[in-house]
Design a protein around this ligand. Structure first.
Ligand code: DGJ
Length: 765
């Protein structure tokens, strides 16, 4: 996951091949000879150097194959299940007809110029104004990073200009994930800068009879709404031009199903996600040959980037997962990979949080917070988080109009300081966390007056506010230092702080930087995100043990670029259980449940006004990282007792939810008004099944849900959890074989809208 510097990677050499361009090529596998019927052109050439060479980037079950063509071009050959033998067959895949030529094979990385008329992955303007690029392979090198990861780097060079390009692939063997990124280098010998226009992280051509794209759109308090559409000829793009809070609109991730709409457990699915928190673009161009050309990377929009001589530009990573058995497997692979490589402390079970926001908003004093801590402790909660409103003196943060930027404890509200509150929480057995929004400033603040030059703005124009705030210019190293200091000082308020919630409540408008020179203004979009990552890097280095929640007006920064520095993400400010059923289902097709903060709130819900039963609210939140977002005193005694039991239950099952395998059994986006999901521990000894009725089901109140992922040979005892009165499943307390549960299924009685069931399955000795 870590971004690599173009030339800071060391490789092991495994073979040699001299291609037509006279360069040295290092290959991963022996030459592939095309059989005579494959290509007339190939058949007429016998010498080994005239044969394409196969490069395999390979995990246990997935292979991405490239071909070094005899003339130096790099072609894309294959992305699909790992296979044994018959490598030559791969070389013919994109040729199709026996009399066709190899140059019908798509390029592995589409550059502007030559025969290409599609949206290019790479487009540059050379110093003399020429805009074309023609890349030839110089070498292929492979390095084993450890027993699970192998990196393959294809080094290429422009035939005419002093520019080189590296395609960097990392294969994660056990997780069946392949990542891809690109490094462009303006060689010193050129002595003149080049301008980068498009530098996508990845290009992936796909050939199939039809294509169905699932993507995730949304807005504040309505993030990650799933939509699936059949792609038609033309270009479909998913992108952001917001700079910050980029995933409130669309998420930079997708599922691509070929031949038929995506199903949970059958059919081919390619999952893709971009690790970038700035402007991004995913492009799906269905061309006249029926080929789908997929691009993913930094959005070229307004982002022309000058590369001085000797400098390199490395793109973010594009992450690929492939499944021949539906989107469930693709998601499980991504989750395993995320826990291991793309989430801070991903293999640790997360605690139950009570966050003060919806319970107190800005209106609290020490007594309010101490009472919340008392109640949280007696409910079994493990971490208390003090949200917005604790800072600012000259401009007290009593609402969202003032105080951002002035990160000093508000002496009037909290005269005893943060330390006494944090120690109080610890004395009650809780951890203590606190909220910050360090990239932002209210005009009404000491900071805005001291540093007007730090504000993102288009000089000479009005600086628009959003939620009454401005954005600080993270391209400026002084601002980066300020953000790091803000984090450091906040953590320093008490040695009992172990959790930070990092918020960001606006996007970029009227873009411009007083720090960047005039001829670098278009670097803003990229340099802001790089500035943010540099801050994250420094913070993570200095504070490896602080838990950090990724929040940006809810789920506005849910991407793999930011996630790697965080322990969890705040999925949405919409905590309505009915909404969350759909949102969490969609979110967890890409990002794991372990990191999906899911908090129970009060009714009527503060966003939707809906009144989901308390059992439903807990059942839904227990499918993620369970927490609470309420004033416990607003619960009746009966509700409080239910909540305490549910928190206790969750602690027992959370290793299965957070570290187990997710099986999305029934999608709430499909007709039928049901949702069912289950989590299975890696050793299959425990599983938790959840089902929800999304509408009134009259006499059809019972449907069979066939379980998945169990051991067919073993017997599982079924116990209903979170029961609110009568059982929903007739088999509660009984024992069934895994085979029965998977072939016949369970059929809980779920008649009313909002009826729900949670079943624990435990292997019997
Ligand atoms: C937006 C977040 O999503 C909320 O949870 C809360 O922290 C507010 N900001 C505070 O201003």
């Amino acid at each position: 996951m870590k971004r690599s510097n173009c030339f800071a990677v060391f490789f092991a050499v495994v073979g040699l091949f001299a291609g037509k361009v006279g360069a040295t090529v290092t290959l991963l596998s022996p030459a592939v000879s095309l059989s005579p019927d494959v290509s007339m052109q190939a058949a007429s050439q016998s010498d080994e150097a005239s044969q394409p060479r196969l490069v395999r980037v390979q995990t246990e079950d997935v292979t991405l194959a490239l071909l070094c063509e005899p003339d130096g071009r790099l072609s894309f050959a294959y992305f699909g299940p790992t296979f044994s033998g018959d490598e030559a067959l791969i070389a013919r895949r994109y040729i199709g007809r026996p009399d066709a030529f190899e140059d019908m094979r798509p390029s592995a990385y589409l550059a502007y110029g030559g025969r290409n008329y599609l949206e290019p992955a790479l487009k540059v303007v050379h110093a003399d104004g020429s805009q074309t690029v023609e890349l030839v392979v110089e070498g292929v090198e492979t390095e084993s990073l450890d027993s699970n990861r192998e990196r393959t780097v294809v080094r290429m060079r422009d035939k005419l200009y002093p520019m080189s390009v590296e395609l960097i692939y990392t294969a994660y063997r056990a997780e069946n994930v392949i990542t891809q990124q690109v490094c462009v280098h303006n060689e010193a010998r050129g002595k003149r800068p080049i301008e980068l226009e498009n530098v996508y992280s990845a290009y992936m051509p796909v050939m199939a009879p039809s294509y169905y794209l699932t993507h995730f759109y949304g807005t504040w308090a309505h993030e990650m709404q799933l939509v699936e559409e059949r792609l038609t000829p033309g270009v479909k793009t998913i992108e952001s031009r917001k700079g910050v809070r980029t995933t409130q609109s669309e998420n930079p991730s997708f599922l691509l199903s070929t031949g038929a709409p995506a199903r949970a457990d059958e059919g081919e699915v390619i999952a893709g996600a971009l690790a970038w928190s700035g402007n991004y673009k995913l492009s799906f161009e269905l061309d006249e040959s029926g080929r789908l050309n997929v691009l993913g990377g930094v959005n070229p929009f307004g982002s022309r980037y000058r590369l001085e001589t000797g400098d390199s530009f490395t793109t973010p990573e594009m992450i690929w997962s492939y499944s021949a058995s539906g989107y469930g497997l693709a998601a499980r692979q991504l989750h395993d990979w995320t826990r291991q490589y793309a989430l801070h402390d991903g293999e640790t079970v997360n605690s139950v949080v009570l966050n003060s926001w919806e319970g107190a908003y800005f209106n609290f004093d020490e007594a309010t917070i101490c009472r919340m801590i008392d109640d949280a402790a007696s409910m079994g909660v493990e971490t208390f988080v003090l949200d917005d409103g604790w800072f600012g003196n000259n401009y007290p943060r009593n609402d969202d109009r003032a105080g951002l930027g002035d990160w000093q404890v508000n002496r009037q509200k909290l005269p005893g300081g943060i330390d006494s509150l944090a120690r109080y929480a610890v004395s009650k057995g809780l951890r203590f966390g606190i909220w910050i929004e360090p990239e932002m400033v209210n005009p009404a603040s000491d900071l805005a007056q001291a540093h007007p030059d730090w504000v993102v703005k288009s000089p000479g124009r009005e600086v628009p506010t959003m939620r009454n705030q401005w954005l600080l210019d993270l391209t400026n190293p002084e601002v980066q230092d300020f953000v790091v200091e803000t984090f450091r000082n906040t953590v320093g308020l008490s040695s009992s702080i172990s959790y930070i919630k990092w918020d960001a409540n606006r996007h970029v408008e009227s873009m411009g930087s007083e720090y960047l020179p005039e001829d670098r203004q278009s670097h803003f979009w990229i340099d802001y995100t790089r500035g943010l990552y540099s801050v994250y890097e420094r913070i993570r280095k200095e504070f490896p043990d602080i838990e950090i929640q990724l929040c940006s007006s809810g789920g506005g920064r849910l991407d793999y670029g930011a996630l790697q520095y965080h322990d969890e993400f705040w999925t949405s400010d919409d905590t309505d259980a009915y909404e969350r059923i759909k949102m969490q289902f969609a979110t967890n097709l890409i990002y794991p449940a372990e990191a999906t903060a899911a908090h129970v709130s009060i009714v009527p819900n503060h966003q939707t006004g809906d009144r989901a039963p308390l059992k439903l609210r807990f059942d839904v939140a227990m499918m993620g990282r369970l927490g609470l977002e309420l004033q416990p005193r607003h619960l009746t005694d009966e509700e409080f007792a239910f909540a305490r039991r549910a928190v206790e239950t969750y602690k027992d099952i959370r290793p299965v939810i957070q570290l187990g395998d997710l099986y999305p059994l029934r999608s709430p986006y499909e007709p039928g008004d049901w949702c069912a999901r289950m989590f299975v521990s890696k050793d299959k000894s425990r599983a938790v099944f959840f089902a929800f009725s999304l509408d009134y089901h009259d006499r059809m109140a019972s449907t069979d849900f066939k379980l998945q992922g169990l051991d067919p040979e073993r017997r599982y005892k079924v116990t209903e959890l979170n029961s609110a009165g009568s059982d929903t499943f007739w088999g509660n307390g009984q024992t069934f074989t895994g085979d029965y549960l998977m072939r016949v299924g369970v059929n809980p009685w779920l008649q009313r809208r909002g009826a729900s069931t949670v079943l624990l399955l435990e292997v019997q000795p």
